[in-house]
Design a protein around this ligand. Sequence first.
Ligand SMILES: *[C@@H]1O[C@H](CO)[C@@H](O)[C@H](O)[C@H]1NC(C)=O
Ligand SMILES: *[C@@H]1O[C@H](CO)[C@@H](O)[C@H](O)[C@H]1NC(C)=O
Ligand SMILES: *[C@@H]1O[C@H](CO)[C@@H](O)[C@H](O)[C@H]1NC(C)=O
Ligand SMILES: *[C@@H]1O[C@H](CO)[C@@H](O)[C@H](O)[C@H]1NC(C)=O
Ligand SMILES: *[C@@H]1O[C@H](CO)[C@@H](O)[C@H](O)[C@H]1NC(C)=O
Ligand SMILES: *[C@@H]1O[C@H](CO)[C@@H](O)[C@H](O)[C@H]1NC(C)=O
Length: 345
Amino acid sequence: MRLNSPIAAFATFGSLVWALPTEDASNTPKTLRDVIVFPNNTWVENIAVRSNGKLLVTLLNIPEVWEVEPLSGSAELAYSFPNANACLGITEVGHDIFAVNVGNLSAPATGAPGSWSVWTLDYNTANSSSNRPTPKEITAIPPAVFLNSLASLPTKPGVVLAGDSFLGQIFAVDTTDGHYNVAIDVPEFKPNATAAIQFGVNGIKIHDGHLYFTNSLKSPLLASIPLSTNGTASGPVKTIAKSAQYPVNSGFQADDFALDATAEYAWVATNLSNLIVRITIATGKQQVVAGESSDPVVAGATSAAFGRNWYNRHILYIVTDGGLGDPSSAGVTGGKIVALDTTKL
Ligand SMILES: *[C@@H]1O[C@H](CO)[C@@H](O)[C@H](O)[C@H]1NC(C)=O
Ligand SMILES: *[C@@H]1O[C@H](CO)[C@@H](O)[C@H](O)[C@H]1NC(C)=O
Ligand SMILES: *[C@@H]1O[C@H](CO)[C@@H](O)[C@H](O)[C@H]1NC(C)=O
Ligand SMILES: *[C@@H]1O[C@H](CO)[C@@H](O)[C@H](O)[C@H]1NC(C)=O
Ligand SMILES: *[C@@H]1O[C@H](CO)[C@@H](O)[C@H](O)[C@H]1NC(C)=O
Ligand SMILES: *[C@@H]1O[C@H](CO)[C@@H](O)[C@H](O)[C@H]1NC(C)=O
């Protein structure tokens, strides 16, 4: 495992214990492999895949993005954001340019209003000796409270949609000039007023002119909405799955998810429920494909993304908080990246 100056990079963790990326021998089915296990108390939050195959993951417990090589599990710090304590959604907004949501959490699942901004990390202008991307703050989003997921809008190059889980709104942010506006605000995005956690729209993905989204604690669990070219809604919300038919811990149904290339399925990370659930887009059928309520294998799964190259297009890379969100259900490990071979399901 190669790390750039691990002592400096991980000083904030207080622990330098790394598990080597090994093929899991014990109770893990062969379809799953730990790519990397970060130190205890690392909350891996979101993931994007570079065209060169490397994985970019955002951390929630510290404001850092790491680049991980998916076969060897070697990891390097890409960037540590100033003036914030967390980063969340990440999406490729132009070739090898990644947008990231950055801000302050005042407690778990509680965003600090007024602390949020959208940044880009540009690998086209990476430092030639360190290979680190060029960071740029695109704009602060003062009205935001908990900027969670990000998705690039294919019809407007440079524009991303950013979901606010607390406000239950989606902002459109133009990374070329910093302009932003509320693009979509529908009841299906709102938090569940009677739930303990005020968290509504969570994962967002765009495919073929539609925005797909999860709501963490309210029905619909998974739905879609047609988009106009500028990222506003051009029709009503269509429910795909009303509510969870799998075991749910703490009322938390769903976190972020991945769509496969043809959007046949949504591959949903369930965070507190410690599962990966495959939902058929056409029918809403729900199938647990990895994990169990009390199993640490994908405990605290926060998001997922498919590989982009011939050797890993069928591999779903799952990121986890290591069970930190709900230590009582499956214990705590370091946050992880877990590879799921979907051809073996
Ligand atoms: C996962 O669940 C925990 C505990 O409720 C919450 O703090 C966290 O925000 C959730 N993760 C996301 C980003 O949905
Ligand atoms: C985030 O919180 C830190 C510590 O409270 C504070 O210094 C910083 O200004 C905050 N950042 C923003 C963008 O509000
Ligand atoms: C590029 O990286 C090298 C090695 O880490 C560092 O010494 C140098 O200051 C960096 N250059 C810039 C422009 O950031
Ligand atoms: C809101 O949360 C409560 C408590 O978990 C649950 O019983 C109810 O079904 C939820 N409402 C919707 C619309 O999902
Ligand atoms: C987006 O497009 C819709 C429909 O074409 C239009 O009504 C709306 O004004 C546009 N909004 C913005 C912010 O450009
Ligand atoms: C990680 O934290 C758990 C729960 O506190 C503890 O049982 C475990 O020993 C820790 N692992 C390491 C490698 O420190």
